[in-house]
Write a protein that binds this ligand. Structure first.
Ligand code: AMP
Ligand code: MG
Length: 332
């Protein structure tokens, strides 16, 4: 029997993430080499706000009682300095078919401004991997529904990830999702007619053939530490460095076996929107996710994973061995 639990939430979430991706792509395609060279952050600012406005608008229509813990708030946009950004955000929303006033846009964004825990809430990263977005590389729109501290639904919109690796001529873009207990699925982002495929982790056990991934940014995850872990485990392949929760997708699809997120400084608290969508997808594909101490991430603490440190994600049966290697190589 096909379960119908959370199906309407899934439909809403997928439609919202697809629509947000249209805005993100429109903005990313306009990043000029000049803006890239100047490290101009304004494109990602516009896309980030547009994406959060679009997703929160849809959630507000279909689930008006559900709060959203999102990464952004509209305070900056409402200020006089934000006026230019705001008009660009309005423009991008119109481009996806949403006609709205500046006021409405700010109100939608602020629907996602909650920071405290609730018995039922959504969490949203409108653009995860902002650095990747600006480099014209990988980024993700990540949305999840959390009920009583459990991630029940996770969606990852990955506009630059090819759905199939065999046909490079096909347009890029992969949409991945999972409902707890109902498996993990993926489909091409722009083709809702294509039947979704079920995702499965690789299950590869031979560490000499294991592939691991980590952040491009060494400030987000320690590359030195992961190097020591790889050596300890006998992993010979170079790490695959990728921005955003596209790393979770890589594990879920069996393109890599280990994703390490190792703190670069004491006291950094991981944000729930950087993980919830990805964790749900990986777990339902058969993978395991803990923090670096082997503890299950606790999504009942509000906006941060304050009881956890870093993250260890595996798609093989040797999760405990990876956590042991993390501990054994930990810097002083
Ligand atoms: P990634 O694309 O894997 O580099 O991760 C991007 C995310 O890293 C952003 O969404 C930030 O929320 C998060 N981040 C920012 N600073 C840090 C930090 N010091 N340690 C870990 N993650 C961070
Ligand atoms: Mg993020």
């Amino acid at each position: 029997m096909t379960s119908t639990v959370f199906q309407s939430e899934l439909r809403t979430g997928l439609a919202a993430v697809r629509q947000a991706a249209i805005a993100c792509r429109s903005v990313q395609s306009g990043i000029t080499p000049d803006a890239l060279a100047k490290k101009d952050k304004s494109p990602v600012t516009v896309a980030d706000f547009a994406s959060q406005a679009i997703v929160c608008r849809q959630l507000g229509i279909d689930f008006p009682n559900d709060p959203v813990i999102g990464e952004e708030g509209a305070a900056e946009l409402r200020s006089p300095e934000g006026a230019e950004f705001l008009s660009q955000v309005v423009h991008e929303c119109v481009g996806t078919g949403i006609a709205a006033t500046s006021h409405q846009i700010c109100d939608w964004i602020d629907r996602g401004n909650l920071q405290e825990y609730r018995p039922r809430f959504w969490t949203l990263d409108p653009i995860d991997g902002t650095k990747g977005f600006l480099r014209n590389e990988q980024y993700a729109i990540s949305l999840a529904l959390i009920v009583e501290g459990e991630i029940e639904l996770g969606i990852l919109g990955c506009p630059n990830v090819p759905f199939t690796t065999d046909d490079q001529d096909k347009p890029r873009g992969t949409l991945a999702w999972a409902i707890r207990g109902q498996g993990a699925w993926a489909a091409p982002m722009d083709d809702s007619a294509t039947t979704a495929v079920r995702m499965k982790v690789s299950g590869r056990t031979d560490f000499s053939r294991v592939r691991f991934c980590e952040s491009v940014e060494s400030g987000h995850s320690s590359h030195d530490w992961s190097g020591m872990i790889a050596e300890k485990l006998g992993i010979s392949a170079e790490p695959v460095r990728m921005d955003s929760q596209c790393k979770y997708l890589a594990i879920a699809r069996g393109q890599a076996e280990i994703y390490l997120r190792l703190p670069t400084r004491k006291g950094y608290q991981e944000k729930i929107w950087d993980h919830a969508g990805g964790i749900c997808v990986v777990r339902e594909a058969g993978g395991t996710v803990t923090d670096i101490h082997g503890n299950t991430p606790d999504f009942s603490r509000g906006a941060t994973l304050s009881d956890n440190v870093g993250m260890v994600v595996t798609g093989g049966p040797d999760h405990d061995r990876v956590v042991e290697a993390v501990t054994a190589s930990a810097p002083e």
